[in-house]
Design a protein around this ligand. Structure first.
Ligand code: ATP
Ligand code: HSE
Length: 309
């Protein structure tokens, strides 16, 4: 092991953004932090904030699983680990908590291994994290920050392209109860009508143009309204999150570009920063609203600073 301590900060992410199912991701300014130190024996996990008292504190903790999967790629596991997670990303809400946990684990393990960066490059981390998560959209945005478009080459190799979005803010409306990604994916049909796929392809292209067309200039929200239209996943998920779909419809009727964030049930609405507080104040009963900036940094690793306590 090279460093015996490391701290990793990972952003929340919103996947899909409407038409980009399993492809688009946006990093948001809400963060989890994992502090890890190598110990002589055993695994000790402490969690504060989101997930405390709920997620496992054993070997099957998601951050630990991702660390062990990464150590196994290097063919070396430390004798013991201390992990302290300080979480603010809510779980099972469509804000990329599982991707954050996986990316934190992969990057922490790589930083703890001798010459880790030379032996597992950033593309390798993306591939490993995506294989653990099952799809690449959230992990890509979590690793790289900004707006990401992810795809899978040859059925196995996850890749991603990062863009800087123009000036835009997000308000997330987070419902009280979670819906697991697994359950929300279970609602999707095996096939979709060709017309729906064609409609989504056009909107997905428009979304990249609308969000990333002019860095440092305000995003055109009228264009973004059209660009965030989706037919591939949101309608099928309505039975699991009817209030969220109703809120998406209500906001869109008022010309606010709103989507289901990731697998839901959070609703993400795009706006200009000046309007975000007003929009958040209109959160209906059952939702807690937060104004979030886009994160441009992605995951950040600090060596020698994790105390694992
Ligand atoms: N920091 C964490 N530590 C341990 N386990 C976590 C952590 N974050 C998420 N998890 C696990 O992942 C589950 C949530 O994952 P899930 O994929 O269902 O939702 P999500 O990632 O929050 O949303 P989405 O994938 O739609 O963005 C939690 O219930 C928990 O088991
Ligand atoms: N693309 C994924 C994101 C959630 O992890 C989905 O919608 O199921």
């Amino acid at each position: 092991m090279s460093d015996r301590r490391v701290r990793v900060r990972v952003p929340a992410t919103s996947a899909n953004l409407g038409p980009g199912f399993d492809a688009f991701g946006l990093a948001l300014g809400l963060y989890d932090e994992a502090s890890v130190s190598v110990a002589d024996s055993g695994i000790q996990v402490e969690v504060t904030g989101e997930g405390a008292g709920e997620v496992s504190t054993g070997d099957d903790n998601l951050v630990v699983q991702a660390m062990n999967a990464t150590f196994d790629q290097f063919g070396e596991r430390p004798d013991g680990l201390r992990l302290h997670c300080t979480n603010t990303i809510p779980h099972g809400r469509g804000l990329g908590s599982s991707a954050g946990a996986i990316v934190a684990g992969v990057l922490a393990a790589r930083a703890l291994v001798e010459n880790g960066e030379d032996r597992l490059d950033d593309d390798g981390c993306l591939m490993l994290a995506a294989s653990l998560e099952g799809h690449p959209d959230n992990v890509a945005a979590c690793l790289l920050g900004g707006l990401t478009v992810a795809w899978i080459d040859g059925g196995a190799h996850s890749r991603a392209y990062r863009l800087d979005p123009g000036e835009v803010s997000a308000v997330v409306f987070v419902p009280n109860a979670p819906v697991s990604t697994q359950a929300a994916r279970g609602l999707l049909p095996a096939t979709v009508p060709h017309a729906d796929a064609a409609a989504n392809a056009g909107r997905a292209g428009l979304l990249v143009a609308a969000l990333a067309g002019r860095p440092h200039e305000p995003v055109n929200l009228d264009l973004l309204l059209a660009a965030t239209e989706d037919r591939l996943h949101q309608p099928y998920r309505a039975p699991a999150m009817p209030e969220s779909l109703a809120l998406v419809r209500e906001l869109r009727d008022r010309r606010v570009p709103a989507v289901i964030s990731g697998a839901g049930p959070t609703v993400l609405a795009f706006c200009q920063e000046l309007d975000s507080a007003k929009l958040a104040a209109e959160a209906p009963a059952g939702f807690v609203a937060r104004c979030l900036d886009v994160d441009g940094e992605g995951a950040v690793v600090q060596r020698g600073t994790g105390n694992g306590e």
